[in-house]
Design a protein around this ligand. Structure first.
Ligand SMILES: [Zn+2]
Length: 99
């Protein structure tokens, strides 16, 4: 999918910034992933956790994960996980493919 410059309605675009640097972890598929912790105060939207297929509610601390080798496209493909779901990823079967 081509990336197009797009204006977001009402506000500052949130980008992964230098304020918290991601760490690298090995995913359940053996690839490297960047993992960034989102504090409860920073969670302002509802996300779908690919580990358990349940919602992550606003205000719930969790992690954002994306493939290390994907470059910008990898960041676009980031997923929000419950922290325990990500930690237990090796023992779960994913409900959704990374594509
Ligand atoms: Zn979950």
């Amino acid at each position: 999918m081509p990336r197009r410059a797009r204006r977001r309605a009402g506000g500052t675009a949130r980008r992964p910034g230098p304020r918290s640097s991601p760490r690298t972890e090995i995913g359940a598929d053996g690839r490297d992933y960047q993992v960034r912790v989102v504090a409860g105060s920073g969670a302002v939207k509802t996300y779908r956790c690919p580990g358990c297929d349940h919602e992550i509610r606003p205000g719930v601390a969790h992690v954002v994960v994306w493939p290390s080798d994907g470059g910008d496209a990898g960041v676009e493909d980031r997923r929000h996980w419950h922290t325990p779901c990500w930690q237990n990823r090796a023992t779960r079967s994913p409900t959704r493919r990374w594509s």
